[in-house]
Design a protein around this ligand. Structure first.
Ligand SMILES: [Zn+2]
Length: 398
């Protein structure tokens, strides 16, 4: 097992093209980027370089369920090492709707994993950037609720958030809620005052309720286009209300299953590239073999087509998407340029998730998180060659 230090004083460098340009960059880094130079007479280079990918929504990965309070620190670290193969350098472990006690236990476990990994100098602790709490203050209605357990849905309660944040040792930075509750505007104001991003999701809110939440400070839509009724009024509904609200950025699960390409293209045009973010919403079976799995108390199935559904039904229960594939899908299904797709998985995510030292891209002084990759134009396929977290190479394709 490799052990990585969380900060590196040793200077290293990588060379790579920038998509959509003829530039070849030489980037020198320690735990931060120290020099970024465009070479005037570059050697022939076929690989690209980008800031390390960021994923604001990961429920589990490689057989480890981050909602399981019994997930051991070593297991969590192992799953993160698998995630490094996909170019992700920072992510938000995501805790979903559950009982008061089980949510607190999951939050406590993840915070203590991060602390332990950082104490032992492991880059996996650095990669656990912050927590995303998705629910339980969401819609109880079938459709908008998605796969969240109805018995644990409840109205917004800032005192409950304060208990989460205490257990998390301040690690929570993103909360997904529904504006349909009367308590939502004051809940959002309190979240914002605590430095937490308020994101609208799993909702059936009216236009007025969404506007009130945005006025109160909500800045994001969680996996826009998913967790919705199967049919909606054609010209007035909560998806359109969020799409046309310029103060909201939006995250998308682009696995080719959750939303079709044309929906993504429409939503990304409405939001603009700079307000669009790719997430995986991966659950524990991601990067595992197809078959039955258990997520907490929910039985799910990973199908050969990559969908993760509640067992015996069709309702999606997260994805088995990986971020390198999401970027390829954004080019193939979303008809974006590679440069735009990479922005949605890097600087845009850093801005929306308020990740310090990651919002300016490949600039000196930014954190030393990098991905070197190959890109196949004909297959819209991205292959990660090297992943660097805080100056340490944590994955290299041999
Ligand atoms: Zn969700």
């Amino acid at each position: 097992m490799s052990v990585f230090t969380t900060s590196s004083s040793q200077k290293s460098s990588v060379l790579g093209c920038v998509p959509g340009t003829s530039s070849v960059l030489q980037i020198e880094f320690t735990d931060i980027l120290t020099n970024v130079d465009e070479l005037l007479r570059p050697p022939l280079v076929s690989s690209y370089v980008a800031p390390g990918f960021i994923d604001l929504q990961v429920n589990g990965f490689a057989g480890v369920d981050y909602n399981d309070p019994g997930a051991g620190c070593e297991e969590v670290a192992r799953s993160i090492r698998v995630m490094f193969q996909t170019g992700v350098t920072r992510f938000f472990p995501t805790v979903i709707t559950g009982s008061h006690e089980s949510m607190l236990a999951s939050i406590r476990n993840l915070a203590s994993c991060k602390a332990e990994l950082l104490r032992s100098g492991q880059a996996e602790g650095v990669a656990m950037e912050a927590l995303h709490i998705e629910g339980p203050h969401i819609s109880a209605e079938t459709g908008p609720r998605g796969a969240h357990p109805v018995e644990h849905v409840r109205p917004p309660d800032f005192d409950e958030f304060l208990r989460w944040q205490e257990e998390a040792d301040g690690m929570i930075r993103l909360v997904t809620f529904s504006p349909e509750w009367d308590e939502s505007p004051s809940y959002v104001r309190n979240l914002i005052r605590s430095g937490v991003v308020a994101s609208i999701g799993h909702t059936k809110a009216s236009g007025e309720q969404i506007a009130a939440a945005v006025d109160a400070g909500a800045t994001m839509s969680t996996h826009l286009g998913n967790a919705a009724h199967p049919t909606l009024p054609k010209t007035q509904n909560y998806l359109l209300d969020q799409m046309v609200e310029d103060r909201l950025s939006a995250c998308f699960i682009l696995d080719g299953i959750h939303i079709p390409g044309p929906f993504f293209r429409m939503a990304a045009r409405a939001k603009g590239v700079e307000r669009s973010v790719l997430v995986t919403d991966a659950v524990m079976p991601a990067m595992c073999e197809p078959g039955p799995y258990r997520l907490g108390q929910i039985d799910v199935e990973l199908r050969p087509d990559g969908s993760v559904v509640l067992q015996g039904g069709e309702r999606l229960a997260g994805s088995a998407l990986r971020m390198d594939q999401a970027i390829g899908n954004a080019v193939r299904l979303g008809r974006l340029s590679l440069r735009e797709a990479v922005a949605m998985a890097t600087v845009n995510a850093a801005r929306v998730g308020r990740i310090a030292g990651r919002q300016r891209g490949l600039s000196p002084g930014e954190k030393g998180d990098l991905v070197r990759y190959e890109w196949s134009e004909s297959f819209s396929k991205l292959r990660v060659l090297q992943t660097v977290v805080a100056g340490q190479t944590v994955y290299e394709c041999l």
